[in-house]
Design a protein around this ligand. Structure first.
Ligand code: NAD
Ligand code: UD1
Length: 338
């Protein structure tokens, strides 16, 4: 089976490529490297000892994407090619709507014209919005998002549902990720954010490696057990395995299916800081700061459906997530720009 990974050079895409290749599937990567490096492709090939068909292209460029799909004939498309910086999406909403929605429609149109029927989509827990009870269950409605990035995910889920309603042959799997962290155990691929990291774990890793002086913890008077926010952190290789299961599922089913990919066990910001310190024997300097606009006190997944239907479960521990993050960061202090 051959899988086309749109945005496959990025953080989650590169780890998924390794997982798919190790399972014996063929991988095609299409990326414009707007938030990644072609070095990731070499590293994927190095880890797996297998060849990746890689193309540099913007997924919004329909002519190019059509030619690549026609030439490579994938059985399934996984769409990772989104912009994901929440703060930037508030400043530049049109850039986010253009990129995230246009890429989705372009992929669907090319697939329709070429008779490719299986689609796996990188969605987010953010589509549960601000009003749902926790833990989040797939049967809950999508509710209002706090930023344009979140709305793009909300809208793309709707577009995919409508496309599947209109084409009974289409199989769409919506994967709602919780908080992916960690790296491949080899330390050869990992998360390489441009500029100042927005997310917690890359920030901690850059403090550990000396690129940042200290972590600012956003708020310590939330109504949680230690006053800091709680999230459902999931090892990126467990997440990658979820994509393998989703691709196999899509091949056997029609219509739309939604899965949460999380562990079901939340950790607070302070617990993550201490877990990183204990796993790696490094002190992380931190200060408490103001709350970040749009942050929810806590949320986590009900991950039962993925277990029952896909036979998937996250099984790596928080220690492994912290150890593998550090293994990547200490061996690649400047990410792929070594
Ligand atoms: P990433 O930025 O590392 O990967 C995205 C990749 O897509 C990058 O390689 C980028 O260069 C590429 N890309 C973006 N727009 C493109 C375009 N128009 N044409 C070609 N390539 C393009 O991000 P990631 O963390 O790997 O996330 C992958 C997907 O998962 C994204 O859609 C993101 O919104 C979603 N997601 C991520 C998280 C997270 O915490 N990392 C959580 C929920 C959902
Ligand atoms: C954020 C996004 C979410 C997106 C997800 C993955 C917001 C409001 N939400 O989720 O839409 O899907 O990233 O890309 O941005 N924290 C600190 N200090 C830091 C960084 C983070 O204290 O320097 C705290 C945050 O307040 C939060 C926790 O760490 O409580 C996790 O933050 P982060 O990694 O950004 O993930 P989310 O906020 O869950």
């Amino acid at each position: 089976m051959k899988i086309l990974l749109a945005g496959g050079a990025g953080y989650i895409g590169s780890h998924t490529a390794v997982e798919l290749l190790n399972a014996g599937l063929e991988v095609v990567i299409v990326d414009n490297y707007c938030n990644s490096s072609p070095v990731a492709i070499e590293r994927i090939e190095e880890i797996t000892g297998k060849k990746v068909e890689a193309f540099e292209a913007d997924i919004k460029d329909k002519e190019k994407v059509f030619e690549i799909m026609k030439q490579t004939k994938p059985d399934c498309v996984i769409h990772f090619a989104g912009l994901k910086a929440v703060g930037e999406s508030v400043q530049l909403p049109l850039k986010y709507y253009r990129n995230n929605i246009d890429t989705t429609i372009t992929l669907l149109e090319c697939m329709e014209e070429l008779g490719i029927k299986n689609f796996v989509f990188s969605s987010s827990a953010t589509v549960y919005g601000e009003e749902n009870d926790i833990p989040y269950v797939e049967t809950m409605r999508r509710l209002s998002c706090s930023n344009p990035y979140g709305w793009t995910k909300y809208m793309m889920e709707q577009i995919l549902e409508d496309a599947a309603k209109a084409d009974s042959e289409l199989s769409v799997v919506l994967l709602r990720y919780f908080n992916p962290i960690g790296a491949h155990e080899s330390g050869r691929i990992g998360e390489d954010p441009q500029g100042i990291p927005n997310n917690l774990m890359p920030y901690i890793a850059q403090v550990a490696v000396g690129r940042r002086d200290h972590l600012t913890i956003f708020g310590n008077d939330y109504e949680t057990k230690d006053g800091t926010c709680r999230r459902d952190y999931i090892h990126v290789m467990d997440l990658a395995n979820g994509h393998l299961k989703a691709v196999l599922y899509a091949d056997q089913h029609k219509g739309v299916e939604v899965f949460n990919l999380g562990t079901g066990n939340p950790f607070s910001v302070l617990e993550i800081v201490h877990a990183f310190e204990n796993a790696n024997g490094i002190e992380i300097k931190y200060e408490f700061g103001e709350k970040r606009a749009g942050d929810l006190p806590e949320f986590w997944a009900n991950a039962d459906k993925a277990k029952e239907v896909l036979g998937w479960e996250a099984n790596r521990t928080i220690e492994e997530m912290c150890r593998d993050t550090w293994n990547w960061q200490k061996n690649n202090p400047n990410g792929y720009n070594n």
